[in-house]
Design a protein around this ligand. Sequence first.
Ligand SMILES: Nc1ncnc2c1ncn2[C@@H]1O[C@H](COP(=O)(O)OP(=O)(O)OP(=O)(O)O)[C@@H](O)[C@H]1O
Ligand SMILES: [Mg+2]
Length: 321
Amino acid sequence: MRSSAGPRFLVRSSPSINAEELKPGVRCTLNQQSLAIVELLPTSFDAQVYGMELVDSPQESYADIGGLDPQINEIREAVELPLKRPDLFVRIGIDPPKGVLLHGPPGTGKTLLAKAVAHETNAHFMRVVGSELVQKYIGEGARLVRELFDLAKKKGPTIIFIDEIDAVGASRTEANTSGDREVQRTLMQLLAGMDGFENRGDVKIIGATNRIDILDKALLRPGRFDRIIEIPLPTEEGRLSILKVHCRSLTIDKDVDLAAVARMTDGKNGADLRAICMEAGMFAIRKERPTIMQEDFLAAIAKVGLDFHRGPVDVEGAMFA
Ligand SMILES: Nc1ncnc2c1ncn2[C@@H]1O[C@H](COP(=O)(O)OP(=O)(O)OP(=O)(O)O)[C@@H](O)[C@H]1O
Ligand SMILES: [Mg+2]
């Protein structure tokens, strides 16, 4: 057998292994000292095993996203239109974008947006997380990426969502440690994967990162991520629509002024706003009120503001306060 590090070995297998199953191409684990085969691993394409969430179609829709209308439009044009109306692109003769990269601060809805696109297109949705590729599946990152693209091609219309892509896509410096080399192999495989499929094909890639500054330029080249979409912190107007989204299923008192809540939450992201709505609900429950009142929102803003201090300055302040 060949080990993942490269060298080949002639090995025995432990008595618990069914010799019939030992066919060329199967993957297995070896005892570190004796090198005997101790376990057979699931075959390739068993993607779920490797933590790629193969959600056939996520539940989130565009209606669940507040305040990102221009970004939604842009991603629809780049991802949804080519999947739904490939004929338009054929007629005009341009290659549709292969992928879009979403970037912006944490908690602003990047993951949410990617899921909503998949929901709206009825495409298969595969999600890999960059940091998991390099940390959880050590030595396997490149192979996983290859399998991911193979699987996507087989499945038909698919959106491959690579979250936290900066973990594999940081710019290539001198690779000193084997860990660095591993990350680079994974990145090279990703680039090869993106180059390797037909433009008019059914595979679209959505990447997300909050560190676009450290990404390798090769990823941002046209023909890979053709569209770079910024997802900023919400404006006051954006915060109001996000609050409305998250209050839809809540029982809110008629006197609650969400616009005022939006005004008071400058600098908060979508995830904070959702937390504020939940906390407001909790305050109402503790008081055994029939509806959520404005004062519950005020208490929630104070609470979430304390819990979620962000940025180096705030963190220091909180630590030494
Ligand atoms: N624009 C938004 N509209 C409605 N809800 C939002 C919005 N942004 C964030 N949220 C809420 O916050 C949660 C977390 O957002 P999400 O996971 O999409 O953030 P992200 O941008 O991917 O952050 P990160 O960079 O940390 O991965 C969402 O599930 C949603 O409930
Ligand atoms: Mg995310």
